[in-house]
Design a protein around this ligand. Sequence first.
Ligand code: PEP
Ligand code: MG
Length: 599
Amino acid sequence: MRAKKSKKTPILKGIGVSSGVVEGKAYLVERQKISAPQYYIEKSKTPNEIKRLERAIALAREQIKSAHRKVDPQEGRDIIYYILDAQLMILKDDMLIRSITDHIEKDRINAEWALEKVLKRFGDIFNSLEDKYLQEKKNDIDYVGERLLRNLMGREQETISQIQDEVILVAHDFSPADTAQMAKGKILGFATDMGSRISHTAIMARSLEIPAVVGLENVTEYVKTGDFIVVDGLAGEVIINPTSVMVSKYKEKERSYRFSFEELLKSRDLSAETRDGFRVKLKANIELIEEVPSIREHGAEGIGLYRTEFLYLNRKKPPSEEEHFRNYREAVENVAPHSATIRTLDLGGDKYASQIELAEELRSSPGLRAIRLCLKDVDLFKTQLRGMLRASAYGKLKIMLPMISEIKELHQTKEILEEVKDELRTKGIPFDDKIQLGIMIETPSASLTADILAPEVDFFSIGTNDLIQYSMAIDRVNEHVAYLYDPFHPAILRLIKRVVAAAKESKIKVGICGEMAGEEIYLPILLGLGLEELSMNSISIPRVKKIIRSITYKEARELVERASALKTAAEVEGLVRNDIKRRFPEINYSLKEEIAYGA
Ligand code: PEP
Ligand code: MG
């Protein structure tokens, strides 16, 4: 986003997605093309530089051979063999290697620079050729060149879990697999070019309780590894190399944020009930089993959404039935007497499994995602269902299906679930025979047919992150269209209203587990719409509880009445803001982020 220059200190403005303020050393994570360092060397250092090059070449050969071994010798894989062989040939090419060493010796430059020079010369020659086939060969050379460069710079294997220092990460974007590795405690916060409030990277930051700012557009151009930066997750700002006066100001901001949060935590054990007695259940969304202790600490009544896809990340093979069982058992036992709603695998879209050998189509946004993938790969699905059913013998476990778009998917799932139950019965393995089955309402088609779906399930949970994404035709990770993610849009309010009405008609429970449930500004409307269960990241619970305990259901219903007559999201937001301002004058409501995180 825009960069404000305050004298010499650049302040970048993005989207604050996670609470708190943190300062520290930046670490730039480069996932894109890397640029080579360029420096002159003394004559005596040239043999050493040539040795570095030889080691990088030997390593590249090993890497390619190992990739070669992993290729399945099936039909259609010949092309991969061919490409790998071509790359190996390039690495054996005397002329290429000789040209690089010549540059090192004659120009007395480092190996990376020499490599770049040679690649550029070869590139120019290939570009000038008429022959399309020969032009294509340039790609192979570029690919080998990139690999050699990474090997020379020791970059190839960099993963977040290997970072040893306490740092603030800066990157173009992080995949959920990256964020899952941040759980180890070394990462103080992060800032990214891409992302929105509801991208999974942002959701993960809230779960990990680390400050983060996303959607900065060009933070990676401004920040270098080693810069001292401040990440202000409350205001959505990144400050690069601040003055000591500025650092003290941000430290004070962090202290007062922590203090007000501790104050809120004191009402952790009070019930979430409006002044006129409307009772709401506040539950926790979790991504990792390690978050379970934080559920109680923040006063949640069980788990409303366990995003189990995180079990599948950073590994080559999907989890075994035993792993599923152990995780889910731990979840249900730890939230007793409350329940744990465990969602079946929702891989795809912006949360692909980067290292699991699954279909490439997973990466496209409304593609082979979630229930669609499970119904295609029934073994994968059954393994998880068996783990869930077995864990249901140890506490209150509910199964929830993501991304249902039509009733047929529900029917197919029920059949598969029955088969798994039968298998367990035959083997005499205990499970909860009355286990509840619910669905997420997160596609426009599911919300418009909620009356058809409701009689078939035990509960609905509205996934507003995707519901808004797919209704507004936006991509939830794209910062350029993040402005269209607006839960106050009349279309979204109408969809939610419809879903709640269908649920009440069929006498099933209905809640929300999208990010809007945890943001105070939406609460009066959600209460007025009659939602009885709100599931959110644990840290939002104390603040949400405070708002619920301060208003009446009657007022919330009246607000919804008035909002329903309005034509734009801006009008609805204005109405709600005024209402909240009247009731909570102590809070500064100038920014949505501030409302959500109480700056
Ligand atoms: C949602 O879509 O609102 C939701 C809760 O699911 P996820 O964010 O995991 O897609
Ligand atoms: Mg979703």
